[in-house]
Design a binder for this molecule. Structure first.
Ligand code: NDP
Ligand code: OXD
Length: 308
């Protein structure tokens, strides 16, 4: 019997219990799934970083902590979490992010806000075609690559930027510091799907925002610290940045007195870009349990040095 502890906000249990039990059964795993195993008897933890479980020092036989979240910055620094940590790469979450990113890109591309505001003027706004609108994706991981490929599918010329060199069909892949400059130089829309690490903090700051063409639009479903907020507000003031759509913030919920609220050129969304979907995520968790039991490498294991 494999003992699995489910450690997330209590209301998540109702949506995850049945999909996890089904996925474990389908994978041929005999699992005792509970909220309340004794810590020393837990083999795996299915984990949300906002759960009450923060001290893993008594999880002495735990083989892995399997995060339900893609972003793991809240737990990579936890010194009691010494067992392998896997982040979530869930086909359902990825599909949701593709839909959210594509929707917000098309809002900018088609100038939907302006056409709605000016509809009574009968003054047709003709946007360029997608193939004339260069887009840059910062981050070419599970989510960035899927979103970039969807945008390529719509006809946009897409440049992507990552830490390591990549070769992805139909995407102009760049990396490193010079790669970032090149990626920003022509980008009319920039999307951030980087993890929050020491190396990615303030990827968009006064200097890099100034590298963009005037009036560029920013979409950030990644993490708040990727953007220097004061620099972004200043760039919005001068028109260097035309508009920003921000889903994630340094402090969440975004404090009521934050200048982003009510800013005419900022759209705030409440960290809803993409949600882990229980039915598809449960299959990923089950596959990682199977791997752990078979002595095979885990999927999506976090590199503690890199922080993602
Ligand atoms: P991945 O780990 O798969 O991809 C991360 C990408 O960022 C990789 O391409 C990686 O490069 C690149 N990267 C990391 N560090 C650097 C760096 N220093 N310089 C340049 N590139 C870098 O993550 P996911 O795609 O799964 O998720 C991305 C982020 O999206 C998550 O970390 C999370 O913060 C956020 N997220 C937000 C959600 C929301 O609802 N708002 C939902 C889910 C996730 P390389 O390929 O070379 O390793
Ligand atoms: C995640 C998120 O990291 O929801 O999964 O932001």
């Amino acid at each position: 019997m494999i003992n699995v502890q489910f450690a997330a906000l209590p209301e998540r249990w109702a949506s995850y219990e049945a999909p996890l039990r089904t996925a474990f059964q389908n994978a041929g795993l005999e699992v005792d799934l509970r909220l309340d195993h004794a810590p020393s008897e837990v083999d795996y933890v299915v984990y949300a970083p906002n759960s009450d479980l923060q001290d893993f020092s008594h999880h002495s036989r735990c083989k892995a902590v399997l995060s339900l979240w893609a972003g793991v910055e809240k737990i990579t620094g936890n010194s009691t979490l010494t067992m392998p940590l896997c982040r979530m790469v869930d086909p359902g979450l990825t599909a949701g992010m593709v839909e959210w990113v594509t929707g917000h890109v098309l809002r900018y591309h088609l100038d939907i806000d302006r056409s709605l505001a000016e509809q009574d003027r009968w003054n047709p706004i003709v946007p360029p075609l997608a193939r004339e609108r260069p887009i840059t994706m910062l981050g070419l991981g599970a989510l960035g690559t899927a979103c970039a490929q969807a945008l390529v599918g719509l006809g946009f010329p897409v440049t992507g930027w990552s830490r390591s060199a990549k070769d992805i069909p139909n995407i102009n892949c760049l990396h490193g510091e010079d790669g970032l400059k090149e990626a920003l130089r022509t980008a009319e829309i920039v999307i951030l799907l980087l993890p929050d690490t020491a190396a990615t903090e303030n990827t968009l700051d006064a200097e890099t925002l100034a590298m963009l063409p005037k009036g560029a639009r920013i979409i950030n479903p990644g993490r708040g610290p990727l953007v220097d907020d004061d620099a972004l507000l200043a760039a919005l003031e001068t028109g260097q940045i035309g508009h920003a759509t921000l889903d994630v913030f340094r402090v969440e919920p975004l404090p009521q007195d934050h200048p982003y609220w009510g800013h005419p050129n900022v759209t705030v969304t409440p960290h809803i870009a993409a949600e882990t979907r229980a039915s598809t995520a449960a299959e990923v968790i089950a596959e990682n349990l199977r791997r752990g039991e078979a002595g095979e490498p885990f999927l999506h294991q976090v590199d503690r040095q890199l922080g993602y």
